[in-house]
Design a binder for this molecule. Sequence first.
Ligand code: ADP
Length: 219
Amino acid sequence: VSLCYDELSMRAKSDFGGLRYYNTDVDRRFRVLFVLGGPGAGKGTQSNLMVENYPVVHFSVGELLRNVPEGSPHKATIDQTLVAGKIVPVEISLSLLKAAMEDARQHVGAHALFLVDGFPRNYDNLAGWCRVMNADAVLEGVLVYQCPLPVLQERILQRAKDSGRADDNLESVKKRFRTFERETMPVLDALRTAAAQHNSTKQRYAVIDIAGYKPLEDV
Ligand code: ADP
């Protein structure tokens, strides 16, 4: 029942900007938008704005990782990986994400969209997602916030003043941006190619590029 009914998707246009309609009484899968972009591109800021204006739920994978409690066996690995600007193993990030999504489902309507911010960051993440989530989630689209490094650096240094994040410094930003270019960009390319090739209505998702360097209201 995840089929796209033309008439119903037309009706949904006014609510969801043209996203497909699902019979959520029958189809219990999570409806997901991946949110990607370099560090400081505005993923969190724009996701929060969406939460205020649409029936969406926001999960920042980075935030889930940073909030892992002191006693967790993964704490040391996570902290070291984040400061080095690297990518946390998918078993860890995905288990946190899945638990958070399942928890949220109890509180939000079945029709809500799940913004998954900062994932998938590399092929390992994408492969993990396919392995663990394919049966439970439908990918509706990918939002990509485009922003050049000099702008990101300026924003992160600004954010560092009160974020308290160990990875909000010039050195980590450069490393995170390099990781984004080297590991996340190829995944985005793969997602774009797959989106272009999916001509069955059931599979189709959109990859949407957004000029994240523009002033907040424009974005
Ligand atoms: P991300 O989640 O992609 O790492 P954030 O949403 O935390 O990025 O934004 C990083 C910093 O840049 C924050 O301090 C935020 O207030 C600021 N910021 C976000 N979007 C814009 C924008 N369009 N113009 C100027 N500053 C922005």
